[in-house]
Design a protein around this ligand. Sequence first.
Ligand code: ZN
Length: 348
Amino acid sequence: MKRIILLFIIFLVLVFMIPTVFSQKIVESSAKAEIKEAEALESEDNQQKSDEDSGTDEINKENYDYKEYTTIKLLHKNDNSVQELPLDEYLLGVVSSEMPATFEQEALNAQAIVARTYTIYMIKNGRKHEEADICDSSSCCQAWINKEDRLAKWEENVREENWNKIEKAVYSTKGKIITYNGEVIDAFFHSNSGGMTETPAGVWGGTNYPYLQSVATAGEDAYDQYSSEVVLTKEEFKNKILESHADFSIDFSKDNCIQIAEYTDSNRVKTVKVGNLNLSGVEMRTLLGLRSTNFTFTMEGDNIKFEVIGYGHGVGMSQTGADSMAKQGSNCEEIIKHFYTGVEVVNM
Ligand SMILES: [Zn+2]
């Protein structure tokens, strides 16, 4: 009888224990499966990384060691102070300053890669500032704002969401830069190309870069930055040019007193004959405060009206163009490869 009871107890124990052991095994194996999956994802990433690495040459690896650039020396233009801060923290301030946080995530990601590329290029090749790698002025290097000031400028209800997008842009693209033939590119960018980007020679003269070609982008006309106008009286116009050219004279009674003499390949104004002077489109833009060199003008009574297309020099990535492409489903890498011809996005 005792044996029967003992056997029954053993039976009961087995009946209750086996499923527990099994279910534990199932839990264990599913946990292992998850870990394996995670490892697979990680190794896929590593594979992508090594694929990209193998696409770049040895010179690139030697020259662009990301670990070398964990911090950056940033010059604050307002008080000439130099702040040393981690590169990614610096990039948060650049992306949040240079591009509206309302833009698509992939456009922000592209901006983060472009800003990182520009920064590394400045560290390697920049000669603008003696005691710093880069400054916080958009007209000199690239704009930057500290987190506290940035958050204060946003409405409270969007602060967290906006900042999360900025962080995602910088951290999801961590270490990624743009290269051409294995060398970091000079990643120019601007606000709105007006539908067609410009070559560097079209703006600054000199030689062109193979990766900065003129490219067309659809959808930029949907943005406020696309068109603008400036109306000046003839007197104001004359005075603005006189500020830089004391010998300037103009007879407004003559039909051809202002004439666009030459256009760039992307159809921006290259040179203007104005009175007794020949001025570049770039100088006209600066003197008159136009948003770009893609302008036309009309004389109306005592006024001259300038109608302007696009915003910025037009070279490299158009930010509104990037946002427009992202809205159409392009990812950050596709956006970058659209605006910079023949480039690679690589991990440093
Ligand atoms: Zn600067």
